[in-house]
Design a protein around this ligand. Sequence first.
Ligand code: 13P
Length: 253
Amino acid sequence: MRRLLIAGNWKMNLKLDSAKALAQGLKDAAAGVTEVDIAVCPSPIYVQPVAEILSGSNIGVGAQNAYFEKAGAFTGEIEMAMLTDVGCQYVILGHSERRHIIGESSELINLKVRAALAAGLVPIVCIGELLKEREANVTNDVNRRQLDGSFSGVSAEDMKKCVIAYEPVWAIGTGKVATPDQAQEVHADVRAWIAERYGKEVADVVRIQYGGSVKGSNAAEILSKPDVDGALVGGASLKVDAFMEIINNVKAL
Ligand code: 13P
C-alpha cells in the first residue's frame, strides 16, 4: 500500500519570520499525525532555518529546484549536495512554473532528476498539460512526453524512489480543480507508463501526487481515487489551518 505524501510548495512566498512561524505551527499541529507523510518546500533561502525547526519531527523538508552540476562556477545556482547538507530530503523538479515561466526543458529536468537521485534526494517530478492541450485531447501524450524526457536513463531501482506530481497547468492557482475522475484518468495513464517502462512492481510503489487548487474541501474526494497518492499543495499550504485541514481530511483514507 502506498502512503500518501502531502507536500506544501511555498513557492516564492513568506519571509524569514513567517516561514519560521509556519514551520513551527505545522510542527506543533501535525505532531500526532502518523498516517501520512508530510513535507514542506520553502524558498531556498529559508530551507535551512525551516529544516532546523522541523528536525526530528514528522515533517520533511524539500527545495523547489536545484542545479544538476557538482560544486563549481555556476553563479546563482544551488548544488543538490548543498540541499542535503542543510537537511533537505526532497526536491521539486520540473514544476510547471519552471517549465513555462523560466523555460526549463525536459532534458534539463532529466539532468536534475539524475543529480538529485545521485545525491540521495527524493525528486518530486512535476508534469502537466496546458488548457489548450487538454482541449485538443492530447493530455496523455503531453504527460507521457514529459515523463519520457524527465526520466530518461533513470534505473528501475531509482525510479522506485521518485515521486511524480501531476499538476494540470490550468488548475494551478486558478481555483479550477481537476475533477476526481479527470485526475484518476491521468494518474492511471502515468502508472501505465511506469509499468510499460519499468514493470508492474515498480509502478505499484511509485507515488503519484495530484496538484492544482487542492484544499481541505476537495482533497479527500481526489485523494480517495486509487492512483492518487498524495497532493502537492500551493496556496493552501501557506497557512497552518488550511494545510492541516487537508492532512486531517485525508489521513484516514
Ligand atoms: P495551488 O495549490 O496554489 O493551485 O498550486 C499548486 C502547485 O503548483 C503546487 O506545486
